[in-house]
Design a protein around this ligand. Sequence first.
Ligand SMILES: Nc1nc2[nH]c(I)nc2c(=O)[nH]1
Length: 265
Amino acid sequence: MTSDPFDLARDAADHIARATGIDRHDTALVLGSGWGEAAELIGETTATLDAADIPGFTAPAVVGHTGTIRSVLTPNGKRALVLGARTHFYEGRGVRAVVHGVRTAAAAGATTMILTNGCGGLQEHWQPGTPVLISDHINLTASSPLEGATFVDLTDLYSSRLRALARQVDPTLDEGVYAQFTGPHYETPAEVQYAKRIGADLVGMSTALEAIAARHAGMEVFGISLVTNLAAGISPVPLSHTEVLEAGQAAGPRISRLLADIVAT
Ligand SMILES: Nc1nc2[nH]c(I)nc2c(=O)[nH]1
């Protein structure tokens, strides 16, 4: 297998084109915790691939991630590549593995990258199950998917145009700044207060590194989070991953419909 991450993404995209019969996909989505049902609603799945068969992908490490990649025909005739598998930074497989899905989507022709995730909320009025548009991010991983003198501007990284389209679908959507922590542990209450003080509204373990790679690949990026829990210390009750999964599942139908409507816009 090639060691160059962009050649590997090309190989993966060529595999996907052959296996799906679709030479070019317009839009790509990563479905994070709680968003898994959206694939069914986005359109007609014309091919389902096992991620483990595609160069550079592995079977999912996270419960709730399907490990499949789907080619979906949307009602407005777009071809969407739905990545049901995400590599998290905390798996220790390196940043190249974390952004391989995004780079593969770009190599497959996608010009729009939709990143979804489950996360902790720092605003008390965002109860578990609330979808929040990502307006910007704070990358606390001390890492970058870019190597060498690859100086990339990140202004308006989370496209204000696509956020406006999302608000046409649901005008009540709030937005916030997403901070990516390395994980896999959750934040301490002190770290949550630190994140709040530096301007974060959402805390998670994904998305920021993927968004940087998507911008570098020339894609327009849309990010949306599902608040599945109040971040540590925001509410007096300790975190439990079971509650996190339950909140995600309960919100599933509503947010999947929202995402499908946004993709169809
Ligand atoms: N860092 C971080 N990631 C998360 N993912 C989910 I779901 N909830 C959280 C959270 O509270 N903090």
